[in-house]
Design a protein around this ligand. Structure first.
Ligand code: NFS
Length: 648
């Protein structure tokens, strides 16, 4: 019993506790164990360790930042800014390489070079075409798709001018970018320039380094990520709300379990299709299984959830735990957030780890390379191997925990659900914000990080935000945490939210917490924020909105890239866990204070969930006051008594 309580300090997810107990009993190691072995280093934590050349590594003592310099003479400020900027470049490159793959696939589909993909959402195609200035007329849909795909692909190598999709931002925002010289040109160019400027002996002015950090991040949010989201909608359909299930209990004892994990839906869409083919179901039955059960981990899970209702097995910290059930025949991975630890654990079970991207191979895995020109054929081969593996299953222990959720919200649906098909509009949303029924809109995004209690910070932050009248938009692994806690159901509104918010939720039939997809889909939040500005009554720029962003359990460079484009697009953004620039007061002041002048909103850091919510509400209330729509209100603390009441 004592042991169970110990695991309860690592995670608030019951299914994860059960699997951690199993891991301990069987001597298996997970990220939850390794985090205790890795104590971290004070220099690395402060961002003050420089290893970009072989004269180092150079480390500046955060307690005495002015007393030493790198061998080249680099100061604490330069080193910290470089490291932060390189995180932005890393994150932007990941999202953007994903977007590029989608653009290439749209081109192949339009040219008829693959029979497995086609334009599924014509309306979205025409909307994107209009924004890119692609002539529509009575052209064939594939001609339009080809030109859209080629224009998007060209944005990666664009050398001059302004990125076309970033023109969607409100005018005052674009003026800020132009004035500061940070309007992104081409996506790859900004990443390359960021890497160049942060290599030895180039840019040594921390403010100048971070101007390029902004340009690089904006090329991600309004470029690479946005291309990923928009073209995926064109190829696979724009999500609409649907119901599904989440947590390890979605795995099935009597079926072949295939878990898709990673990021790019090009592969997982085909696996969904292959797993539903009669020939595959037949084969599964012949192997003694009742059927084929697909489930997802990480952002791939969000992609196939929001388009097909495929259940989520878990978020990033549950990838090893899913294998520990002994019930997974194959875990199919492509790129990003795939722990090397899954190979080690899988080698103790019958589970096959199947890598599919030439960009990402790993030990203890089978590699079945996936190419878009014969996508379905490869997907069938992968599903077939998983079925063959069913007979090798040993003892199985699947936690019983699952929770229902509604997912699949986005700009298009908000527009439609509030205004109806014939007068689609953000007017009712803006009006609800203006009259105070909705206090503010908050994007809660990002990862899990075993340095803090898994799922717990997300859930506490979101509960308290909705208890205080905020509508919450979520993506990534954060969304999965909160779904597991049962907060993505419409009935939650009346249980937790103040009357104004639950009335809005009930009138429209939405939960107070909206699942908006994967991390590249944070671009959907930029579009929704811009639509609120254009609708009118809430200021002229994104920075005027009573809105905020946060990433309470972040860990990835991708989260830093997202945060940087949120902030420089005008959204106050607060991160939890730890903050990577604390070694330099100058850099931290720039991001937390001076950005208020430069970008009209700033970064912030707050690991304590209650204090984080306090800061967010404060920003939202100040924005409301500036807009002249404030009303005095008491902060609702979502205290232990309320929590207990809900748990009964
Ligand atoms: Ni986002 Fe998605 Fe999860 Fe973090 Fe990783 S899966 S791209 S980076 S861990 S939210």
């Amino acid at each position: 019993m004592a042991e169970i309580e110990d695991f309860g300090e690592l995670t608030s997810c019951e299914a994860s506790i059960e699997m951690l107990r199993k891991a301990a009993e069987e001597g298996q190691e997970t990220a939850f164990d390794r985090v205790a072995q890795q104590k971290g280093c004070a220099f690395g934590e402060a961002g003050s360790c420089c290893r970009i050349c072989a004269m180092g590594p150079c480390r500046i003592n955060p307690k005495k930042p002015d007393e030493s310099r790198g061998v080249c003479g680099a100061t604490m400020d330069t080193i910290v800014a470089r490291n932060f900027a390189r995180m932005i470049a890393g994150g932007s490159s990941a999202h953007s390489d994903h977007g590029r793959a989608v653009a290439e696939t749209l081109i192949m589909a339009a040219k008829g070079e693959t029979a497995d993909y086609e334009v599924k959402d014509r309306i979205k195609l025409l909307e994107v075409a209009a924004d890119l200035g692609v002539e529509v007329g009575d052209r064939d849909i594939n001609d339009i798709a080809l030109e859209v795909g080629e224009r998007c692909l060209a944005m990666f190598g664009q050398q001059e001018g302004e990125l076309a999709l970033a023109q969607r931002a409100p005018e005052p925002r674009k003026e800020i970018w132009r004035k500061l010289g940070v309007f992104p040109r081409g996506i790859d160019r900004e990443v390359v320039e960021m890497m160049h400027r942060t290599s030895i002996g180039v840019d040594q002015d921390y403010e100048n380094i971070l101007l390029q950090g902004t340009r690089c991040a904006l090329a991600d949010g309004w470029g690479g990520s946005m291309i990923g989201t928009e073209l995926q909608d064109i190829l696979f359909g724009t999500p609409t709300p649907l119901e599904s299930k989440v947590n390890l209990g979605v795995l099935k004892e009597d079926e072949v379990n295939i878990v898709v994990h990673g990021h790019e839906p090009l592969l997982s869409e085909m696996i969904v299709l292959a797993a539903s083919l009669p020939e595959m179901l037949e084969k599964a039955r012949a192997a003694g299984a009742k059927g084929i059960n697909l489930a997802g981990i990480c952002c791939t899970a969000n992609e196939v959830l929001t388009r097909h209702g495929v259940p989520i097995a878990g978020n990033v910290l549950q990838q090893e735990l899913a294998i520990l059930t002994g019930a997974v025949e194959a875990m199919i991975v492509d790129v990003q957030c795939v722990y090397q630890g899954i190979g080690q654990i899988a080698s103790c079970f019958h589970t096959d780890i199947i890598t599919t991207s030439p960009r990402a191979k790993m030990p203890h895995a089978k590699h079945i390379e996936f190419h878009e020109d014969h996508a379905l054929e490869t997907a069938k081969k992968i599903v077939s191997e998983a079925i063959d593996n069913f007979k090798n299953r040993g003892k199985v222990q699947i936690p019983s925990n699952t929770e229902s959720l509604i997912a699949g919200f986005n700009h298009e649906y908000i527009n439609y659900m509030l205004g109806g098909r014939y007068r689609a509009s953000y007017r009712p949303l803006n009006d609800a914000v203006i009259d105070g029924r909705i206090r503010g809109v908050v994007g809660v995004v990002g990862c899990n990080n075993p340095r803090v209690k898994h799922d717990d910070i997300h859930t506490r932050v979101v509960r308290e935000l909705i208890a205080n009248g905020c509508l919450v938009l979520m993506t990534g692994c954060a969304a999965q945490s909160v779904a597991k806690a049962g907060l993505m159901l419409p009935e939650v509104a009346r249980e937790i939210c103040p009357q104004g918010l639950w009335e809005v939720c009930e009138a429209v039939g939405i939960p107070p917490v909206l699942h908006c997809g994967s991390c590249v889909d944070n671009s959907r939040i930029l579009i929704a924020a811009t639509a609120m500005v254009h609708e009118g009554g809430l200021g002229d720029d994104i920075s005027d909105l009573p809105a905020a962003g946060c990433a309470p359990e972040w860990m990835s460079e991708k989260a830093i890239a997202i945060g940087q484009y949120f902030v420089t697009s005008g959204v106050y953004t607060v991160f939890g866990v730890k903050w990577p620039t604390l070694g330099s007061k100058a850099v931290t002041d720039l991001l937390f204070e001076k950005y208020k002048d430069l970008y009209k909103n700033c970064w912030d850091y707050e690991p304590d969930p209650e204090k984080m919510v306090g800061k967010i509400l404060n920003v939202i209330d100040n924005k409301r006051e500036a807009l002249g729509i404030s009303a005095k209100r008491e902060r609702v603390l979502f205290d232990m008594a309320m929590r207990r009441e809900l748990e009964v």
